[in-house]
Write a protein that binds this ligand. Sequence first.
Ligand code: EAX
Length: 322
Amino acid sequence: MKLGTLAACLSLALGTSAFAQTTTLKIGYATTKESHYGVGSTVFCDEVEKGTQGRYKCQHFPNSALGGEREQIEAVQLGTQDLVNTSTGPVGNFVPEVKIVDIPFLFRDYDHARKVMDGPIGQDILAKFPSKGIIALAWTENGFRHMTNSKRDIVKPSDAAGLKMRTMENKVHMDGYRTFGILPTPMAFPELFGALQQGTVDGQENPIPVILSSKFAQVQNHLSLTGHVYSPALLLLSPKVWNKLSDADKKVFVEAAKKAGAAQRKKVNEDENNGIAQLEKDGMKVTRKVDGAAFREALKPAYAGYAKEFGADNIKKISDVQ
Ligand code: EAX
């Protein structure tokens, strides 16, 4: 480029203030770009780019490219990663107030769970994050978790008993699953496919969108629709980014995260509606009739522990939401 042309470009650019910098934010999640996490994250990034006139955009790191969820949360806390769209699996180790929503059989259905997350209880939990060095922009969603394994159909707890099952690094889950007779084996998600393939564990539990997008049908042949726990998810941002935002941009980020949550939930609904038939086509034997009452009964000793840890009245407040 000739010097004169460069000068002309510069003055033009300055005149239209096109020198505003673009900041590229790194966003990570466990599953594919096409999955529920990818759909939610894409909506978030598109909305942020639009709302900040292109001053912020994202680079996506799907498929656990930046590590397991615990590692990604740590990186967001440190500021070496900007955003993570994560299940609550390891989050209770950072913000203990989250643990209560990981209790098995706490939520009746999606309507109940979403109402609690969007209501005062869920919003109060989001407000606990900043003091731990993390900004929680909004609840997103992973979905109700179901069990898969390579051994047998699971209808009641005695069918699950003795199975070595990978769980998230989540004590609330592990305490509950032990009452079903399961041998819980905590493991980060990126190791799971290999562990199932090699038979290090007999099974695992995850929502339909995860089972589908991670192709677990290739390594598991029994799926039981246990729906034994709701798996909430969160869009978390590094305070390093947040503290630099203007008030107007903060609003853009929060609104974008809310839209992301809605889009992610919609994708979870779609996968719940269409994904089970797909998994059957992929060779999984699906057990639809699960003895939920027997699972709830088995869980009673764990609930005594939960009541002690979280307060029976706090648990009841969540159950009572209609
Ligand atoms: O958040 O670790 C898990 O089983 C999670 O459900 C999965 O990574 C998606």
